[in-house]
Design a protein around this ligand. Structure first.
Ligand code: ADP
Ligand code: MG
Length: 150
Protein backbone atom coordinates (compact mmCIF):
# COMPACT_ATOMS: atom_id res chain seq x y z
CA UNK A 1 0.00 0.00 0.00
CA UNK A 2 1.15 3.55 -0.60
CA UNK A 3 2.25 5.76 2.28
CA UNK A 4 -0.49 7.96 3.73
CA UNK A 5 -0.04 11.71 3.41
CA UNK A 6 1.82 13.60 6.15
CA UNK A 7 -0.39 14.82 8.97
CA UNK A 8 -3.19 12.38 8.29
CA UNK A 9 -4.74 10.23 11.02
CA UNK A 10 -4.07 6.62 10.09
CA UNK A 11 -5.47 3.35 11.43
CA UNK A 12 -4.14 -0.11 10.69
CA UNK A 13 -6.75 -2.74 11.47
CA UNK A 14 -6.91 -6.49 11.30
CA UNK A 15 -9.74 -7.79 9.13
CA UNK A 16 -12.50 -8.18 11.70
CA UNK A 17 -15.92 -6.62 11.42
CA UNK A 18 -15.79 -5.36 15.02
CA UNK A 19 -13.02 -2.98 13.96
CA UNK A 20 -15.59 -1.02 11.98
CA UNK A 21 -16.66 0.44 15.36
CA UNK A 22 -13.15 1.72 15.87
CA UNK A 23 -13.16 3.40 12.48
CA UNK A 24 -16.48 5.04 13.33
CA UNK A 25 -15.03 6.31 16.63
CA UNK A 26 -11.98 7.71 14.86
CA UNK A 27 -14.24 9.44 12.33
CA UNK A 28 -16.17 11.02 15.22
CA UNK A 29 -12.92 12.33 16.65
CA UNK A 30 -11.76 13.73 13.30
CA UNK A 31 -15.15 15.37 12.73
CA UNK A 32 -14.92 17.05 16.13
CA UNK A 33 -11.43 18.34 15.30
CA UNK A 34 -12.48 19.58 11.87
CA UNK A 35 -15.80 21.11 12.98
CA UNK A 36 -17.88 18.70 10.86
CA UNK A 37 -21.50 18.59 12.03
CA UNK A 38 -23.49 15.52 13.04
CA UNK A 39 -25.49 15.24 9.83
CA UNK A 40 -22.42 15.39 7.63
CA UNK A 41 -20.69 12.90 9.93
CA UNK A 42 -23.64 10.55 9.55
CA UNK A 43 -23.38 10.40 5.73
CA UNK A 44 -19.62 10.19 5.71
CA UNK A 45 -19.83 7.42 8.32
CA UNK A 46 -22.23 5.41 6.14
CA UNK A 47 -19.82 5.58 3.22
CA UNK A 48 -16.79 4.81 5.36
CA UNK A 49 -18.39 1.78 7.03
CA UNK A 50 -19.37 0.34 3.65
CA UNK A 51 -15.84 0.87 2.37
CA UNK A 52 -14.21 -0.78 5.40
CA UNK A 53 -16.69 -3.68 5.31
CA UNK A 54 -15.79 -4.25 1.65
CA UNK A 55 -12.06 -4.15 2.41
CA UNK A 56 -12.51 -6.69 5.21
CA UNK A 57 -14.89 -9.00 3.39
CA UNK A 58 -14.22 -8.80 -0.34
CA UNK A 59 -10.62 -7.54 -0.23
CA UNK A 60 -9.06 -9.42 2.67
CA UNK A 61 -11.68 -12.20 2.75
CA UNK A 62 -12.00 -12.00 6.53
CA UNK A 63 -8.37 -13.09 7.01
CA UNK A 64 -7.39 -11.44 10.33
CA UNK A 65 -3.73 -11.61 9.30
CA UNK A 66 -4.46 -9.15 6.52
CA UNK A 67 -4.74 -5.51 7.38
CA UNK A 68 -6.96 -2.66 6.37
CA UNK A 69 -5.51 0.83 6.32
CA UNK A 70 -7.83 3.76 6.89
CA UNK A 71 -6.56 7.31 6.64
CA UNK A 72 -8.32 10.58 7.40
CA UNK A 73 -6.75 13.54 5.65
CA UNK A 74 -7.35 16.48 3.37
CA UNK A 75 -7.48 20.03 4.64
CA UNK A 76 -9.60 23.14 4.63
CA UNK A 77 -12.95 22.37 3.06
CA UNK A 78 -12.08 18.86 1.92
CA UNK A 79 -12.05 15.68 3.96
CA UNK A 80 -10.18 12.89 2.21
CA UNK A 81 -10.57 9.31 3.38
CA UNK A 82 -8.73 6.30 2.04
CA UNK A 83 -9.40 2.64 2.71
CA UNK A 84 -6.76 0.16 1.55
CA UNK A 85 -6.76 -3.62 1.74
CA UNK A 86 -4.36 -6.48 1.07
CA UNK A 87 -6.63 -8.42 -1.28
CA UNK A 88 -6.31 -9.20 -4.97
CA UNK A 89 -8.03 -6.08 -6.24
CA UNK A 90 -11.03 -5.97 -8.53
CA UNK A 91 -12.37 -4.16 -11.56
CA UNK A 92 -14.77 -1.43 -10.34
CA UNK A 93 -16.07 -1.13 -13.91
CA UNK A 94 -17.76 -4.51 -13.48
CA UNK A 95 -19.88 -3.68 -10.45
CA UNK A 96 -23.54 -4.30 -11.17
CA UNK A 97 -25.99 -1.39 -11.07
CA UNK A 98 -28.26 -1.70 -8.01
CA UNK A 99 -30.92 0.38 -9.78
CA UNK A 100 -31.22 -2.06 -12.71
CA UNK A 101 -34.64 -3.84 -12.59
CA UNK A 102 -33.06 -7.30 -12.14
CA UNK A 103 -31.10 -6.06 -9.10
CA UNK A 104 -33.74 -4.08 -7.27
CA UNK A 105 -34.82 -6.95 -5.04
CA UNK A 106 -31.27 -7.78 -4.02
CA UNK A 107 -30.13 -6.58 -0.63
CA UNK A 108 -26.43 -6.82 -1.52
CA UNK A 109 -24.50 -4.83 -4.09
CA UNK A 110 -25.40 -1.36 -2.81
CA UNK A 111 -22.33 -0.38 -0.80
CA UNK A 112 -20.40 1.26 -3.61
CA UNK A 113 -23.57 2.92 -4.88
CA UNK A 114 -24.05 4.47 -1.41
CA UNK A 115 -20.42 5.52 -1.26
CA UNK A 116 -20.75 7.30 -4.62
CA UNK A 117 -24.00 8.93 -3.48
CA UNK A 118 -22.73 10.24 -0.15
CA UNK A 119 -19.24 11.31 -1.16
CA UNK A 120 -18.25 13.89 -3.79
CA UNK A 121 -15.28 12.17 -5.40
CA UNK A 122 -14.67 8.42 -5.35
CA UNK A 123 -11.82 6.60 -7.03
CA UNK A 124 -10.33 3.13 -6.92
CA UNK A 125 -6.68 2.33 -7.46
CA UNK A 126 -4.35 -0.62 -7.03
CA UNK A 127 -1.92 -0.75 -4.12
CA UNK A 128 1.70 -1.78 -4.63
CA UNK A 129 0.87 -5.38 -3.71
CA UNK A 130 -2.32 -5.52 -5.73
CA UNK A 131 -4.93 -4.68 -3.10
CA UNK A 132 -7.58 -2.02 -3.54
CA UNK A 133 -7.21 1.57 -2.39
CA UNK A 134 -10.47 3.46 -2.30
CA UNK A 135 -10.14 7.24 -2.06
CA UNK A 136 -13.21 9.27 -1.11
CA UNK A 137 -13.44 13.03 -0.85
CA UNK A 138 -16.11 15.11 0.77
CA UNK A 139 -16.55 18.81 0.13
CA UNK A 140 -17.40 20.12 3.59
CA UNK A 141 -19.05 23.25 2.19
CA UNK A 142 -22.00 21.21 0.88
CA UNK A 143 -24.70 20.90 3.53
CA UNK A 144 -26.32 17.67 2.39
CA UNK A 145 -24.20 14.77 1.25
CA UNK A 146 -23.43 14.99 -2.45
CA UNK A 147 -26.30 17.32 -3.19
CA UNK A 148 -24.66 20.74 -3.02
CA UNK A 149 -26.23 23.74 -1.30
CA UNK A 150 -29.94 23.28 -0.73
N1 ADP B 1 -12.08 -3.94 -1.55
C1 ADP B 1 -12.60 -4.79 -2.45
N2 ADP B 1 -11.86 -5.83 -2.93
C2 ADP B 1 -12.38 -6.70 -3.84
N3 ADP B 1 -13.62 -6.62 -4.35
C3 ADP B 1 -14.40 -5.61 -3.92
C4 ADP B 1 -13.95 -4.65 -2.95
N4 ADP B 1 -14.95 -3.75 -2.73
C5 ADP B 1 -15.98 -4.15 -3.50
N5 ADP B 1 -15.67 -5.26 -4.21
C6 ADP B 1 -16.53 -5.95 -5.20
O1 ADP B 1 -17.57 -5.06 -5.57
C7 ADP B 1 -18.83 -5.66 -5.32
C8 ADP B 1 -19.86 -4.60 -4.93
O2 ADP B 1 -19.60 -4.07 -3.63
P1 ADP B 1 -20.79 -3.43 -2.83
O3 ADP B 1 -21.47 -2.44 -3.71
O4 ADP B 1 -20.28 -2.93 -1.52
O5 ADP B 1 -21.82 -4.63 -2.60
P2 ADP B 1 -21.73 -5.91 -1.63
O6 ADP B 1 -20.62 -5.66 -0.64
O7 ADP B 1 -23.08 -6.00 -0.98
O8 ADP B 1 -21.44 -7.09 -2.55
C9 ADP B 1 -18.58 -6.71 -4.26
O9 ADP B 1 -19.52 -7.76 -4.29
C10 ADP B 1 -17.19 -7.20 -4.64
O10 ADP B 1 -17.27 -8.15 -5.69
MG1 MG C 1 -20.33 -3.91 0.37
Amino acid sequence: MTEPEQGAVVLWLSSRYENIELVQAALGHVCRLRGIDGEMEHWIGMALREAVANAIRHGNRLDPQKRVLVSFGGDGDVLELTVGDEGDGFDPGRISDPLAPENQMKTSGRGIFYIRTFMDEVSFSRGEKGGTILTMKKDLKTRIAGKGEQ
